[in-house]
Design a binder for this molecule. Structure first.
Ligand code: SF4
Length: 307
């Protein structure tokens, strides 16, 4: 079934003409929303692994992590080119000198053609952007800003400790540098209804970003969201609702935006709820089928009606 949206693999193939595999890297950094600078609790859905692999704590250097990841990618996809994805915590929350040493180590690995750097919108400045831009001359560079929602009331509720204005400022500073910008969004956040989620889609459609990752809010054991869930104060989306929301969200995004993800993929041993969140492939396929059944496609409600 042909995808009804522009996915990440298609984007990488357009540039490199072949499969390029993303390899997650844990650089051993932290996050100002965890280390006490902003708070110690973090976002209510985040556990102390900060979406990471914990590879750094196991003593693996950036290079060792990439070389290990390449083995699996070559075996599974016959990939010859790779993106080093600095995923865990906030990967610009350190000095420029440290950032440079991490990125230099990554691009020194054979076959690495790009960097993807995940961070918070309040952890960036001109000096850091100048450094990141210096890699964009020779490598594909994606900078990924966690946002989750355009609504400040929600950001406060989930303890993000930054505002939508912080995100807008980061995007304005980052644009025009040859760096691709991606934003992370979560559907099903506490207190958000359908209209609020669709407003996030509409606002981001106009924001000048190049890509987006859509995630389901699932409950990870031991988080503050887990406490709310166990106390009956948070109810998860059901699978049908989520699929419906994703399809409508995609329709509102411009056709050229790269949709890097359409749902999350939790570690099963950490997952409290909903149980269907652990069936990634099933949800992925349901979204494809629903887009097909509705004749729905990216850009359908964004003023561009070509497929
Ligand atoms: S910003 Fe990211 S790493 Fe930091 S607490 Fe929130 S989800 Fe966790």
């Amino acid at each position: 079934m042909k995808k009804r949206y522009r996915d990440y693999n298609a984007h990488l193939r357009e540039i490199f003409g072949q499969r390029v595999q993303k390899i997650a890297v844990d650089a051993g950094l932290t996050c100002p929303n965890r280390d006490g600078f902003l708070s110690t609790g973090g976002c209510i859905y985040c556990n102390d692994k900060g979406s990471g692999t914990q590879a750094f704590d196991r003593g693996l250097s950036v290079k060792e992590q990439i070389e290990a990841g390449k083995i699996g990618a070559i075996k599974k996809y016959k990939a010859k080119k790779f993106m080093a994805y600095f995923q865990s915590y906030s990967n610009t929350y350190t000095s420029c000198r440290h950032m440079k040493s991490l990125y230099d180590e990554a691009v020194s690995c054979a076959g690495v053609v790009g960097l993807a750097i995940g961070t918070r919108p309040d952890c960036i400045d001109v000096e850091k952007l100048d450094l990141i831009q210096s890699y964009a001359k020779d490598y594909l560079v994606w900078l990924e800003y966690g946002l989750q929602s355009v609504h400040d009331v929600t950001l406060e509720r989930i303890n993000r400790r930054h505002s939508y204005a912080d995100f807008s400022r980061a995007v304005a500073l980052s644009r025009g540098r040859g760096i691709y910008l991606c934003t992370h969004v979560i559907l099903g956040l506490p207190g958000e209804d359908r209209d609020m989620m669709m407003e996030t889609a509409n606002v981001l459609a106009q924001s000048g970003i190049d890509g987006i990752k859509l995630h389901l809010l699932y409950v990870v054991k031991g988080t503050r969201l887990d406490d709310l869930y166990l106390a009956g104060q948070y109810q998860c989306l059901d699978q049908e609702e989520y699929v419906d929301l994703v399809c409508e969200f995609i329709e509102r995004l411009p056709k050229n935006m790269v949709i890097q993800r359409i749902t999350g993929d939790p570690h099963i041993e950490e997952l409290r709820a909903p149980d269907w969140a652990g069936r990634y492939r099933e949800t992925f396929n349901l979204i494809q089928q629903t887009l097909e059944d509705r004749d729905s496609f990216q850009g359908k409600k964004c003023g561009c009606l070509e497929k």
